[in-house]
Design a protein around this ligand. Structure first.
Ligand code: 5GP
Length: 211
């Protein structure tokens, strides 16, 4: 059995509740490591540097790109966001399933580089609900909310590239669904190729021995 960790990308519309979902997933289950992204956007109230994001200026972000320090990066609503390479590589090697909570452009870059990545897309049950959740969290101006909804309109086109949709109607149930999908995804044959090759080799030896 292959016990390597897998890379799991969780994307979703802004306001879909993926932040809460991921936080609860981390609290409830042991085997996950959450990647902390680097961003040039300003910290929101209550957000801490090194906990929610590494908040940096454009210069530092560009230096990190130049040093090949990011696995992927993208521009989203006027700011850069990227995944620091080192942490992800270490945690995967340690057997953890690493969660990347990133938007669609980054997700597709990761899938291209690491084809075994599991791509999950979180959505509320309806667009109406999405807009309401964005308004209710009071962290963005009306203009920013409009920008994020417009971005969601573009993101819809990319959903079919994902492996699973997670419909976030109830947070507790969605956390368990998310975990169930990830556990099951370990046993998709593409992720167990080493074990399959081993069985194949042994079968060949056995059948030759019998002849
Ligand atoms: P927010 O500003 O709401 O924290 O994040 C905006 C969007 O950027 C979300 O869709 C979030 O998933 C995405 N994001 C956060 N970190 C990264 C990252 O490292 N890379 C990419 N490509 N997207 C990210």
């Amino acid at each position: 059995m292959n016990n390597n960790g897998i890379l799991v990308v969780i994307s979703g519309f802004s306001g879909a509740g993926k932040g809460t979902l991921v936080r609860k997933l981390m609290e409830k289950y042991d085997n996950y490591a959450l990647s902390i992204s680097m961003t040039t956007r300003d910290a929101r109230e209550g957000e801490e540097d090194g906990v929610h994001y590494f908040f940096v200026n454009h210069k530092k972000f560009e230096q990190t790109i130049a040093n090949d320090g990011l696995l992927e990066y993208a521009s989203y609503c006027g700011n850069y966001y990227g995944t620091p390479r080192e942490y992800v590589e270490k945690q995967i090697a340690a057997g953890k399933d690493v969660i990347l909570e990133i938007e669609v452009q980054g997700a597709l870059q990761i899938k291209k580089k690491f084809p075994n990545t599991l791509l999950l897309f979180v959505t509320p049950p309806s667009a109406k609900e999405l807009a309401q959740r964005l308004r209710d969290r009071h962290t963005e101006t009306d203009e920013q909310i409009a920008g994020r909804l417009s971005r969601a309109t573009e993101e819809v086109e990319w959903i079919s590239k994902y492996d699973f949709l997670v419909i976030n109607d109830d947070i507790e149930r969605s956390v368990d669904r998310l975990n169930d999908i990830i556990v099951a995804a370990h046993n998709v044959p593409i992720r167990q190729q080493e074990m399959i090759n081993e069985i194949k080799k042994d079968l060949e030896v056995m059948t030759k021995g019998e002849l």
